[in-house]
Design a protein around this ligand. Structure first.
Ligand code: S3P
Ligand code: PEP
Length: 409
């Protein structure tokens, strides 16, 4: 279904938006809870990706479907590889069957797993025959997706001799690897990350541990964009956030200073406020290798503010929910932008024209829908297949309504 967003104004009221828990933290903690049932989790994400993860971990079925959830596909592949005497097949959406998984499968099989491909070599669906993994040493190419690395780390403490993982080549999305290690540390697992080697010590006995998931910073990015596009003085409060985040996308607080947005940290929340307008002669240059999920948000913010940008470190965008570089170029150009892309970057030239009443295609990608929605502060715009947002942020449209964005189906 398509949603028309009418040109609106961000209402300058004391709005408080409660954003759901981080899906990255939630899916890691659910996997750890399956390995260590003593873990109690608060503020779990209500995203589809987390719901599919929960379902997969609680079913006795031998056939698992994770739809579009990349973390669920990668983390569960590792999890089922160590479930002795259980065989499962794991699949996902059509797009999931195009998202590579060979690097992880090869690493797990080298550790002693028995994983094979049910359709195309290197891609889901997989058949996994659970067993005890006998080795502890493995090397992995680290530049394609950090999720392969996190998947191995999450099961590492349950291997007889722990895990000794050597990362080869450039490492992508490092904050997500660090998030995994920090969560392991919080439950008591010892880890060492030195140079390009990560060691995970074996760990059995866990006392009851309660953990609270921080809200999702990638979801907060859309409010950063909305505030950046609003009048000076516009403010919004988001809960539940903290200054010492495990999430790399918390770099938003630094990045959006460029666009005149300040962030103040309170006990359990952040306030975003527009304090100054960006000079349109400014050229934004950012390497987002550590925060790939906010690239779409930033590109649209720049376009809306008539600011040129060069975003790099984006090679992983090609294998996400859609090829996000191509999708961004196509949709921004429909709106009148001049965009060029390479295999790892996007260059946007400032244009003061924003075409009206354009329908944005979303390509089964939640972030395409949410990144383009702030443009409704500048013009009428239609978002096609608006339901896609539920992958990470099911209440997104309601939250937008609450700040004054008028919507019609
Ligand atoms: O580990 C995680 O929770 C994630 C890692 C990142 O993927 P890549 O490492 O594939 O870039 C990110 O894009 C994804 O949304 C979530
Ligand atoms: C890339 C994403 O998710 P995943 O890879 O987990 O499907 C995302 O949420 O932007």
């Amino acid at each position: 279904m398509n949603l028309k967003l009418e040109k609106s104004i961000f209402q300058k009221q004391e709005t408080v938006i409660k954003i759901t828990g981080s899906k990255s933290e939630s899916n890691r903690l659910l996997l750890l809870q399956a390995l260590y049932p003593e873990i109690k989790i608060h503020n779990l994400s209500n995203s589809d990706d987390t719901v599919f993860m929960e379902k997969a971990l609680s079913t006795n079925s031998d056939s698992i479907d994770v739809h579009h959830a990349g973390t669920a596909m990668r983390f569960l592949t590792a999890y089922f590889a160590v479930q002795e005497n259980r065989t499962v097949s794991i699949t996902g959406s059509q797009r999931m069957k195009e998202r590579p998984i060979k690097i992880l499968v090869d690493a797990l099989n080298q550790l002693g797993a028995n994983i094979s491909y049910l359709e195309n070599d290197g891609f889901p669906p997989l058949q996994i025959k659970g067993r005890v993994l006998t080795s502890s040493q493995v090397k992995i190419e680290a530049g394609v997706s950090s999720q392969y690395i996190s998947a191995l780390l999450l099961i590492g403490s349950k291997l007889e001799n722990g895990l000794n993982l050597t990362l080869e080549g450039e490492i992508t999305s490092i904050p997500y690897i660090k998030m995994t290690l920090q969560l392991l540390n919080q439950i008591g697992v010892e880890t060492v990350f030195e140079n390009n080697v990560i060691q995970i010590k074996p760990f059995e006995e866990l006392k009851e541990t309660e953990l609270t998931v921080e809200s999702d910073w990638s979801s907060a990015s859309y409010f950063y964009s909305l505030i950046a596009l609003s009048a000076i003085g516009t403010e919004v409060k988001l809960t539940f956030y903290k200054e010492n985040s495990l999430q790399g996308d918390s770099v938003l607080a630094e990045i959006y200073k460029i666009f005149g947005v300040s962030t103040s940290f309170h006990e359990n929340s952040i306030s975003l406020k527009k304090i100054v307008d960006i000079d349109s002669s400014y050229r934004v240059k950012l390497n987002l290798v550590n925060a790939p999920d906010i690239a779409q948000t930033i590109a649209v913010t720049c376009f809306a503010l008539d600011v040129s940008c060069h975003l790099s470190g984006l090679h992983t965008l090609k294998i996400k929910e859609t090829d996000r570089l191509v999708a961004l170029k196509t949709e921004l150009e429909k709106l009148g932008a001049h965009v060029s892309i390479s295999s790892e970057s996007l260059e946007l030239k400032a244009t003061s024209i924003i075409k009206k009443d354009i329908s944005i295609d979303t390509y089964n990608d939640h972030r395409m829908a949410m990144a383009f929605a702030p443009l409704s502060l500048k013009t009428d715009i239609v978002i096609n297949d608006w339901e896609v947002v539920s992958k990470s942020y099911p209440t997104f449209w309601n939250d937008l309504k609450s700040i004054g964005i008028n919507q019609f189906e």
